[in-house]
Design a protein around this ligand. Structure first.
Ligand code: B12
Ligand code: SF4
Ligand code: SF4
Length: 302
């Protein structure tokens, strides 16, 4: 990076980081579907920022569990690995960058037709598209590190496995959806999925850094505001989409969903698609629903 570019970065780091993330998705090889048809896994991302001191990160300790880490804990642990400590004056500099990668239109369309298993494009997106998400996390962290700002992508660490918690069921110590919610990217829904302005058919990623960034505005007052079911509108369109019967008007049964994702017929389908040992996927509840690619609008015509 030239001296001039560094000056531009320091003047408006949010804007430069947004552009960096967008450029990666527009141009980088990992977003090309070289494994199948040279299409793209992801469309233009949404990006949000939060202060590491946002009270939500501390609320998550009660809402999710004490095992869910705050940005400050992530940063302290990372600095400790480098033989350094977090200084008191650095605490308020900690920031979080989160992004939503929208599934490409042809992949969404292909998954809409499915009733039992994910489409081939959806299954490849879960595998190779997520690898692209991982490469993006590394890219953002390396960019910041090269400029002298400590940066860490929590979910890239092998210790960040999800496990079954007594109170909240399957959960990770760094829930990308809760992080995205804190960064103003969207709200939760009847089926647990986070609905962003580009819909629910998205995947999330994030990086924690020791650099003060301007937090994004949260344009919602309720944590389920974007879901029609919680706006006095009858919806529930995701309920019949689920082949496992995991969604009801009461919400999402994670155990049923988890069981289905690991089931033998689904494994067989993935092998049939030519995926050797891919992570499980389904996502039927994220496609052919009003919240698939936008914040659903209420039906104004009675
Ligand atoms: C564990 C896990 C699962 C489990 C459990 C899912 C779950 N509901 O938590 C299983 C195996 C079932 C699963 C399935 C799927 N997953 Co998954 N999974 C994860 C993982 C690894 C951790 C999730 C986690 O920690 N959850 C924590 C718990 C506590 O969250 P929760 O129960 O949903 O939270 C509820 C409460 O906290 C509540 N709440 C109550 N009061 C309040 C108050 C406030 C203020 C707030 C904010 C919230 C809140 O809101 C939530 C909704 O009810 C993440 C990756 C990551 N590290 O984040 C991906 C992730 C959640 N999965 C994802 C996806 C795409 C899927 C699948 C579609 C599979 C696929 N790829 O085809 C299905 C979809 C299932 C569904 N409808 O949610 C995406 C989510 C995309 C989205 N738009 O939301 C993630 C974020 C992966 C990623 N990198 O993008 N997954
Ligand atoms: S399909 Fe309807 S009820 Fe289900 S999450 Fe989307 S908006 Fe909410
Ligand atoms: S991912 Fe599949 S099994 Fe899980 S809730 Fe959605 S539709 Fe049901």
């Amino acid at each position: 990076m030239t001296k001039e570019e560094k000056v531009v970065f320091l003047k408006n780091p949010n804007r430069v980081l947004e552009q960096l993330i967008k450029n990666f998705i527009n141009e980088a090889q990992p977003n090309r579907r070289t494994q199948i048809d040279h299409g793209v896994y992801w469309e233009e991302p949404l990006i949000g920022f939060a202060s590491g001191m946002d009270p939500l990160f501390f609320e998550y300790k009660t809402l999710i569990g004490s095992f869910h880490l705050t940005p400050r804990e992530i940063m302290s642990a990372n600095l400790k690995e480098r033989g350094r400590g977090l200084l008191f004056t650095q605490i308020e500099q900690i920031s979080v960058i989160s992004w939503a990668l929208p599934v490409s239109e042809d992949t969404r369309t292909s998954n809409r037709q499915e009733k039992q298993f994910p489409s081939k494009l959806w299954a490849y997106t879960r595998d190779f598209g997520e690898a692209c998400n991982g490469a993006l996390k590394k890219h953002v962290a390396t960019f910041l590190e090269d400029l002298g700002h400590v940066a860490v992508a929590p979910t890239l660490s092998p210790t960040f496995q999800y496990a079954r918690d007594e109170k909240v069921g399957w959960a990770s110590p760094w829930s990308e959806r809760h992080i995205a919610y804190a960064c103003g990217l969207g709200t939760f829904s009847l089926n647990d999925g986070l609905i962003t302005p580009k819909g629910m058919a998205v995947r999330f990623g994030s990086v924690v850094t020791l650099l003060k960034l301007t937090p994004s505005e949260k344009k919602y007052r309720d944590y389920r505001e974007n879901c029609l079911q919680f706006r006095n509108e009858k919806c529930g369109k995701c309920i019949p989409r689920c082949p496992a019967g995991a969604i009801t008007e009461k919400g999402h049964d994670k155990d049923k969903c988890h069981e289905y994702l690991r089931s033998q017929p689904l494994v067989a389908k993935r092998l049939e698609y030519g995926l050797q040992n891919p992570p499980p996927s389904c996502g039927l509840c994220q496609t052919d629903v009003p919240c698939e690619f936008e914040i659903p609008r209420p039906n104004l015509i009675a």
